[in-house]
Design a protein. Structure first.
Length: 226
């Protein structure tokens, strides 16, 4: 899982642009006045009504939609960065989320994540991306979708991955928790490191990873147990 086969020497990868829905140590909302994550609402606004500075627009709108409780963080995003593909660009996007965590005690389901998956996917499609939307049932399904997308992105000028689900940040590392994680003695044993997702996303072309999940650690997980 999360491993794409290749052969021969690969060209130097371009820097992967990354956008986080919230800052380190902070939660991400699952429901705002529009029915989903405040950051997702801001992202859709930036796709539909782009302003001159993407970073500033996302920050302002996320704060607005979250009533001041959530602020995004960006890496390798500058004033010239654009979300929408340019005319003639081959652009692909994958919206890949966990939303259904079952009805057992533990991790609650995220209806807002499922709602966001479809509205973000629709906004990306309207902006010019060839979009695939996947609500993953487990880590295997997540990995299969990601690996397939990595191969698709190799032939594209621009690729974008939007991903979320229950997430935690432990000792500076972000993990996405699949539904089966709650059955593990330590949830990190079943978690998907965001660093692995980043590695799959690296490559040539204009590449953007958007992580819309939480970055806090309310369960008190430790990397020493991982």
């Amino acid at each position: 899982m999360l491993a794409v086969a290749g052969s021969g020497a690969a060209p130097a990868a371009a820097q992967l642009r990354t956008i986080y829905a919230t800052e380190s140590g902070e939660p991400a909302g699952d429901f705002d006045r529009r029915g989903g994550n405040p950051f997702a609402s801001a992202l859709i606004t930036a796709l539909e009504q782009p302003e001159d500075n993407l970073r500033e627009q996302l920050a302002y709108d996320t704060l607005t939609f979250s009533d001041g409780r959530q602020a995004p963080e960006t890496h390798a995003i500058d004033g010239a960065t654009r979300l929408a593909p340019a005319e003639g660009e081959q652009a692909v996007a994958l919206v890949l989320v966990f939303a259904d965590y079952g009805d057992e005690e533990g991790l609650v389901s995220l209806p807002g994540a499922a709602f966001d998956a479809y509205r973000v996917g629709r906004a990306l499609s309207d902006a010019g991306y060839d979009v695939r939307t996947v609500i993953a049932a487990d880590a295997q399904g997540f990995g299969d979708a990601l690996d397939a997308f990595a191969l698709e992105a190799e032939g594209a000028d621009r690729s974008l991955l939007y991903t979320t689900g229950h997430g935690v940040e432990v000792d500076g590392a972000i993990y996405i928790l699949p539904p089966e994680a709650e059955r593990a003695t330590n949830m990190l044993d079943r978690a998907i490191p965001l660093a692995d997702v980043k590695q799959v996303m690296e490559g040539e072309g204009n590449r953007l990873l958007i992580y819309a999940g939480c970055r806090d650690n309310p369960l008190g997980l430790t990397s020493e147990e991982f």
